[in-house]
Design a protein around this ligand. Sequence first.
Ligand code: AHR
Length: 307
Amino acid sequence: MVLAALLVLPTLSRAMALTVGFSQVGTESDWRTAFSADMQAEAKRRGITLLFADAQQSVERQITAVRGFITQRVDAIVIAPVVVTGWAPILKEAQAANIPVFIADRAVDVDASLFTARIAANFNLEGRLAGAWLAQASKGRCNILELQGTRDSAPAIERRKGFDNIINQFPDMRIVFSRNGDFTTEGGQKAMEELITETHGLQGICAVWSHNDNMALGAIAAMKAQGLRPGHDQLMVSVDGVPKIFQALLDGDANASVELKSDIGKYIFDVVQGYLGGKHDYPKWVVIPSDLHTQADAASVLAARGG
Ligand code: AHR
């Protein structure tokens, strides 16, 4: 019995010593840096060697990184793709090399046979949650400014669709201006500075809908610099639930944020390890839940997160 265990153990530990290549979008938002830190911590906890490649928002850099992972013969590849387009050729290369690919967070626009599974929240639902919150908060009458995330990225596409899907059911709700802020604080601030000028100080504007918190935080800074009162005279709704937006909710500068969980390494590595261990019946999309927070629960959520 003991001898049998001794013979099996080295095989098991060899089987567990995984090397995973991870191509990450960049460092554009607080959510993203928290997600990167969580992936690294979770890999360490599980004894996985994680080869981390920061693409600095460039899909070309991602493709180069993935090709490098293939050359290194990693056990699995995780990709958080910048945009939905351009992925088929490199995914075919990974498939030809027999390396399973897992898509994390953002989606890719390819035939589903080219990757093993996607582990991600439902961005369309996030947009619908934000739209539904705004519909009730504004009683269905609202001229909205939209700050959009990176063009051709799954969250920008799907959040917009989900939000539109809800507000289109209210004849007096409409997006009057949209600007791209590339998911960054600076992008949101610059876009809002321009919008303040174009709307003569946000005249007639009831809300700002931002595809992520960092752009909302930039917009809040721009509005306050002009003596405007975000959270009071304009409703501010965004996505991510990062610590700084919770502070803005507590300060009364923001009104609602749909939480996109950033500690998702556990969901991703569960699927990667499960698959490599022989479980092959995962759904193509393993959905991570989302929920909405407002000024009413900001203090308790922050306290539960440890401040
Ligand atoms: O893909 C998720 C989005 O990417 C987050 O909402 C945003 O903050 C990040 O840049």
